[in-house]
Design a protein around this ligand. Sequence first.
Ligand SMILES: *Cc1c(COP(=O)(O)O)cnc(C)c1O
Length: 312
Amino acid sequence: MIIQSLLHRPFLTVNILGSTVIITSPFTFASTTHAIVRNGLVPVFADIKETDYTLDPSKIEALITDKTVAILPIHVYGHICDVEAIQQIASKHNLKVIYDSAHVFGVKYKNKGIANYGDANMFSFHATKVFHTIEGGAITCKHPQIIERLKDLKNFGIIDEEHVRDVGGNAKMNEFCAAMGICNLRHINEYIEKRELVTKRYDTHLSQIDGLQCLSPQKDVLPNYAYYPVLFNPSVYGHTRDEVYEELKKHHIYARKYFYPITSAFDCYKEDYDASLTPIALHVSKNILTLPLYAELELEAVDEICKIIKEL
Ligand SMILES: *Cc1c(COP(=O)(O)O)cnc(C)c1O
């Protein structure tokens, strides 16, 4: 049904007839879903887990058809997907796994860097991320032929002065951004340690408040403390997420409704999807707030933020 309605969109028609579907989660930043659609592929959304907001492996198999070629799960807030369960499903159905790893730079699972899981990983080095180059990113991939192709694609497909092998674009990192990255890389461990202190300070204050859900550490995971999300349960806590957001803003504290709305509810997709088919993602997006978190954030400022939330 979803594919039928997408057929009305002229820019998608050709590839839908070619029938290429990717299973993903709508609880993500715009670019994850856009990347699928811009390439003429069709995203099909599975719901997330309540515990860590990543793609729920138990929701994937029911959505797989002969049109499905890949799974695109998102590691969320520095918390990783169930990489083993996802790989098992992918191997069973001969699907590729491409991770949106924008939030998990530096994260390890079972002592292995997170990019070792899946066929490919996309990292973002945007200024808001744990490690950044102002703008930019990186792709890791297990398959040498794909790495070669990506190298061509990032420079317009140009391989030498007279040969253009592929329909690429300008996806090169400039020297200035690379220099910024080298500077930040020297301090990355120190940044992550400071983020850990901020995270633990939030935990001390917020774990005592009824109606708030904070994330707990994941087993066998070396975290990067990328974000501090809090899920508000208004009927227990007494205030909605939006009320907390506004109250903080009055004090010039800018929390983010991240991710809100879910991508399937965006103006550009809502005609084609029913957001209520991923009820957990929908619920989380309406009740979650990520609190300020960066290496230089003073612990006293964390105390202030928590005081406002406590006393609301
Ligand atoms: C930041 C982010 C991106 C986009 O990264 P860019 O470097 O801005 O392209 C993609 N996915 C998620 C989950 C992100 O948080």
